[in-house]
Design a protein around this ligand. Structure first.
Ligand SMILES: NC(=O)c1ccc[n+]([C@@H]2O[C@H](COP(=O)([O-])OP(=O)(O)OC[C@H]3O[C@@H](n4cnc5c(N)ncnc54)[C@H](OP(=O)(O)O)[C@@H]3O)[C@@H](O)[C@H]2O)c1
Length: 273
């Protein structure tokens, strides 16, 4: 894998995050090239990572094993329609852009992998779902997985339509947990804890609960039962949440996010996003 040549189109947050993860894993910097139109972005990438940079991707495509499309969904059509015929594996990290759309804009059959990472990738704790179209070889799948694993967990989807659910669960998911953390922190302050104590207790509890769930054989429902003593404090709090149908509201919120992801894909089709 470390002999592969990786070209990024778009050198913003997600590209920086992936490059940082790859270099931390010992991937050679001279095997990474980035095309970005912004001179300040290019200077910053060269300084931070020591990788090759250019305003245009033209010089970097022929030698690449994979071209990572890390531009905003709104500019994807323009970027893809300008790619040369010898473009190798395309790996798109753009939210809401379907592999069929990329193929259509490219104007020919091509090996395309679509990835949906999330923002905790910035701290190497991302969760990325991947989908490969039929043209993708086993070696190309391995390469894509190697790249995304540099920033966290990876898993493959058999059906691309599940990507909208992934967007709703893990793509938007960090914001849901931030929302809960905000609410619990605020409640702690209302109960007289200092802002710092409420903040640290909330964050460490969130991290601890996630680690327990990841490391345990038990389901999250079982873990919840284990920490809910009959007649205790946790039970009283959970009864309040249940009587307010909080689980149903969360389900409705996640469904709304999936519907919005589907809408955004359709808007890209129509060029109205
Ligand atoms: N950030 C995340 O956590 C996250 C999570 C999941 C998925 N994604 C996906 O990752 C993609 C990139 O997001 P981001 O947050 O990294 O965005 P970003 O920070 O705005 O980076 C995009 C970069 O692409 C550059 N660019 C624009 N037009 C270009 C062109 N024609 N050729 C080459 N580069 C071009 C932009 O330059 P200018 O700023 O000068 O336009 C910018 O530097 C998006 O499609 C997003 O859906 C991001």
């Amino acid at each position: 894998m470390k002999n592969s040549q990786i070209t990024f189109i778009g050198g913003g947050n997600m590209a920086s995050c992936l490059i940082g993860g790859l270099l931390a894993d010992g991937f050679p910097r001279q095997k990474i090239a980035v095309a970005d139109p912004d001179a300040a972005t290019r200077a910053s990438l060269r300084e931070r990572f020591g990788c090759q940079v250019s305003a245009s991707s033209a010089a970097f495509i022929a030698a690449a094993d994979v071209v990572i499309l890390a531009v905003k969904p709104q500019v994807m059509r323009t970027v893809v329609s300008e790619l040369p015929a010898d473009t190798p594996l395309l790996l798109s990290v753009a939210a809401g852009v379907r592999s069929g759309q990329l193929q259509h804009w490219l104007g020919r059959q091509a090996a395309i992998i679509r990835a949906m990472p999330n923002t905790p990738a910035l701290v190497s704790s991302g969760a990325t779902a991947l989908f490969a179209n039929e043209q993708v070889s086993a070696g190309q799948r391995e390469l894509a997985e190697f790249i995304l694993r540099a920033v966290g967990l990876t898993l493959w989807l058999e059906d691309e339509t599940a990507m909208d659910a992934v967007t709703a669960v893990s793509g938007s998911g960090p914001a849901y947990f931030f929302y809960f953390m905000e609410a619990i922190e605020a409640a702690g302050r209302e109960l007289g804890l200092s802002a710092e104590v409420a903040h640290l207790l909330t964050l460490q509890t969130t991290l601890g609960a996630a680690r327990m769930a990841l490391e345990s054989e038990a389901s999250v429902a079982e873990l919840r039962h284990q920490v809910t003593s009959p007649g205790g404090t946790t039970e009283r709090a959970l009864q309040m949440l249940e009587s307010d149908a909080v689980a149903e509201k969360i389900s409705a919120a996640v469904r709304a996010a999936r519907a919005r992801s589907q809408e955004l894909s359709m808007m890209l089709d129509e060029g109205t996003s």
